[in-house]
Design a protein around this ligand. Structure first.
Ligand SMILES: Cc1ncc(COP(=O)(O)O)c(C=O)c1O
Length: 441
């Protein structure tokens, strides 16, 4: 059997994603092993995971139940097509997911990532509008600072300038709502800010501009990747009402907020707003095998399927939609969420987590702290003329001191596995506080 090398001898071939390749390869940091709340570096150091990998290992690392489910499935059947065929694990996984989605969202389309989920959701929205005789509805609305992955659909509807600028004009017929970041009104708010619901009214402005040509609005209930923007109280409710009023589908991108992150199975439940479509990935398999999914309201499924002539109803899918190993992992991961009440654990830990996050107020250069569920964003004053530099240096200090955090711009995002104990949170926030202080010295 080939051993996995602890220290690769060639770092050049792998063109690393969303990475400063030159900087990384001149000073690489390698993770070799993971268990529970921790990674271990190739030289054997423990690094507490303050970010659940990339917002995805919600049940903690190396869960035996998931590993064994994957092993069992691999031994029985490695792959089966889901085009005009099927296999039990995919049906079982879809049914399990549907048990936890908001009422009615019980049709599940499988993808392999959050990006594919975003593009799939947008395509389903367009197909639905066409199937119900509203084929003029070709416009897709996103939000500034939104992140919906890197496919052309999600990238176009997404609103992070740095991700878009290398790739030309992207999709036509896309428009954006304003983002909800307004530190002058909301800095250091615990949970959902009281200010900002009116920002949803920008959708009425877009309807005035575009008439009945809007198919769907896609937003993250809590925007994660852009640096943790918590939805203002009442904001998502207003978006829902405006979508209903104007025949527009509401898509929640729950790639981060799904699977317990906000203290409920899906974020929709926490914010009390039911969208028409939910995208998910990451925590769906606890990240043990790549998988994404799109949960669609039965009404949408029926409209598309019933309107179609005999034969294939939706010309869309991936070779690996519902891949057996991913489906087995998803079933095991959902079972863990239920069996260990991981959303409930997150809810129970939220107060302690919030206090720990806000205890950083007053440290040098900390200009905002925001949180909801087990997500916190700590925004630092950028260094003059050197944006991102301060946060990157804090990241390195934390890593070297045994804690993994995530940075985006000059914002530190924390999203530990939902199995975190108080002692882990103490270590994460304690190390971060030290690093922020040291960086200012
Ligand atoms: C809200 C949201 N949508 C989509 C994606 C893209 O997911 P992936 O990287 O699996 O394509 C992400 C990834 O962070 C995300 O946070």
């Amino acid at each position: 059997m080939n051993e996995i090398p602890v220290r690769p001898n060639n770092l050049e071939a792998f063109w690393m994603p969303f990475t400063a390749n030159r900087a990384y390869k001149s000073s690489p940091r390698l993770l070799a092993r993971a268990e529970g709340m921790a990674y271990y570096t190739n030289d054997g150091r423990e690094v507490i995971d303050g970010t659940a990998g990339l917002w995805c290992v919600n049940a903690g690392h190396g869960r035996r139940e998931i590993t064994e489910a994957i092993q069992r499935q691999a031994a029985v059947m490695d792959f089966a097509p889901t085009f005009q065929l099927g296999h039990p694990a995919a049906f079982q996984a879809a049914a399990k997911i549907a048990e936890h989605t908001p009422a009615g969202l019980d049709r599940v389309f499988f993808t392999n990532s959050g990006s594919e989920s975003a593009d799939t959701a947008l395509k389903i929205a367009l197909a639905y509008q066409r199937a119900r005789g509203e084929s003029q509805r070709v416009r897709l609305i996103g939000r500034e600072r939104g992140y919906h992955g890197v496919g052309f659909g999600g990238l176009s509807v997404g609103g992070i300038g740095a991700n878009r600028k290398q790739f030309g004009a992207l999709l036509p017929y896309v428009d954006h709502l304003p983002h909800t970041h307004a530190p002058e009104h909301t800095a250091f708010t615990r949970g959902q800010p009281a200010w900002g619901a009116h920002l949803a009214d920008a959708l009425a402005g877009l309807v005035a501009l575009h008439g009945d040509t809007i198919a769907a609005v896609m937003v993250e209930p809590l925007a994660g990747s852009t640096g943790v923007l918590v939805p203002p109280q009442g904001y998502l409710e207003r978006l829902r009402a405006l979508c209903d009023q104007h025949g527009i589908l509401l898509i929640f991108d729950e790639v981060i907020t799904g699977f317990g992150r906000l203290g409920t199975f899906f974020g929709a439940e926490r914010v009390g707003v039911a969208p028409d479509i939910i995208t998910m990935a990451k925590g769906l398999t606890n990240a043990a095998v790549p998988m994404g999914a799109v949960a669609v309201h039965d009404r949408i499924y029926r409209t598309i399927v019933d309107q179609a002539p005999a034969g294939i109803e939706l010309f869309h899918g991936y070779t690996y939609s519902g891949h057996p190993l991913a489906a087995a992992a998803a079933v095991a991961a959902v079972d863990l969420h239920v069996g260990e009440d991981l959303p409930g654990r997150a809810r129970a830990m939220e107060g302690y987590f919030e206090d720990a996050a806000h205890s950083l107020k007053g440290l040098p250069n900390v200009i905002d702290i925001r949180n909801m569920g087990l997500v916190a964003g700590i925004e630092l004053q950028p260094r003059a003329g050197k944006p991102t530099d301060r946060a990157v240096r804090v990241f390195h200090r934390c890593f070297d001191a045994g804690v993994l955090i995530r940075t985006t711009g000059d914002i530190i995002a924390l999203s530990p596995p939902l199995v975190a104990e108080r002692s882990h949170l103490d270590r994460i926030f304690g190390t971060l506080a030290e690093a922020i202080r040291a960086e200012a010295a």
